[in-house]
Design a protein around this ligand. Structure first.
Ligand code: NAD
Ligand code: ZN
Length: 297
């Protein structure tokens, strides 16, 4: 039975208050309006950014109750009037940074901060309303995406069609973590062949930075994390060595200096801790600092 044009009841993870945790609830998801797309989510993940937001009770810009989630992939269930880039049945990934394709940012090849991103701050769709309700209350959207719901509604400009053969449970990482890390190494830092890189933090983004460094031809990639369980995966994706700062008496920058003789060419902070960079910068024999978390929200 077709669900097009009808309200869909499904499960979603709702956060009811600042600093709260997820609560699995039944929600109603309204049909998409003009230039909107309703998607059956197949795969989604919890990005480090959302973990920080969840723990922060002082996030004044947040609205509650809210359905979070911005890293995900799914299949288009139905589309609103005027949607031309996707149709029901297409595989898509969510774009936390929309691409309207018309604003000065979208038309600038060196930028990707579409001005329509502003709308995400309202936590509502562009007509100022929500497509979600739970227990009779409207529920706020997150990042124009709200992937922590079995069905979600996004603006057409927040959705990218992908190859029909793409495995959704793998490519959903392209939605945020992979493109941030890989793009950080290739496009932002422009890692050079033969270089030595250090990557601090081996979550989804850090592992993607390692892949980017490897693809760019770095010959030495030193992965740094306080959780040694991350080392196996880091080596699998290209780290040439892994170190845990807690195994050393010396500060980590001195350890890196000893290991390399003259410091590294590129250093990536992918923990999300400003102190890794701030204050210590002048002591650290690294030629590059790339703060990829800084461009978030
Ligand atoms: P994650 O939590 O999965 O990974 C962080 C890693 O850092 C973990 O492996 C942890 O063990 C390690 N770590 C923690 N403290 C450490 C320390 N003192 N020294 C060394 N390692 C330490 O996070 P993630 O999803 O990979 O995201 C990483 C950061 O990137 C977050 O701050 C997130 O907000 C940011 N982020 C930015 C963008 C963007 O700019 N577009 C996108 C995604 C994530
Ligand atoms: Zn734009």
């Amino acid at each position: 039975m077709s669900t097009t044009g009808k309200v869909i009841r499904c499960k979603a993870a709702i956060v009811w208050k600042p600093g709260g945790s997820f609560s699995i609830e039944e929600v109603e998801v309204a049909p998409p309006k003009a230039k909107e797309v309703r998607i059956k989510m197949v795969a989604t993940a919890l990005c480090g950014t959302e973990m920080k937001m969840l723990k922060d009770k002082n996030l004044q810009h947040q609205h509650y109750p809210i359905i979070m989630g911005h890293e995900g992939a799914g299949i288009v269930e139905s589309v609103g009037e005027g949607v031309s880039t996707v149709k029901a049945g297409d595989k898509v990934i969510a774009l936390f940074l929309p691409q309207c394709g018309e604003c000065t940012s979208c038309l600038n090849s060196a930028d990707n901060f579409c001005i329509k991103l502003k709308q995400a701050e309202t936590h509502l769709m562009s007509d100022g309303t929500s497509r979600f309700t739970c227990k009779g209350k409207p529920v706020y959207h997150f990042g124009n995406t709200s992937t922590f719901s079995e069905y979600t509604v996004m603006d057409e400009i927040s959705v990218a069609k992908i190859d029909a053969a793409a495995p959704l449970e793998k490519v959903f990482l392209v939605s945020c973590g992979f493109s941030t890390g890989y793009g950080g190494a290739i496009n932002t830092a422009k890692v050079t062949p033969g270089s030595t890189c250090a990557v601090f933090g081996l979550g989804g983004v850090g592992l993607s930075v390692i892949m980017g460094c490897k693809a760019a031809g770095a010959t030495r990639i030193i992965a740094v994390d306080i959780n040694k369980d991350k080392f196996e995966k880091a080596k699998e994706v290209g780290a040439t060595e892994c170190i845990n700062p807690q195994d050393y008496e010396k500060p980590i920058q001195e350890v890196l200096f000893d290991l390399t003789g003259d410091g590294v060419d590129f250093s990536f902070e992918v923990i999300g801790n400003p102190e890794t960079v701030a204050g210590k910068a002048e002591m650290v024999p690294l030629n590059w600092f790339l703060i990829i978390w800084q461009r978030r929200l």
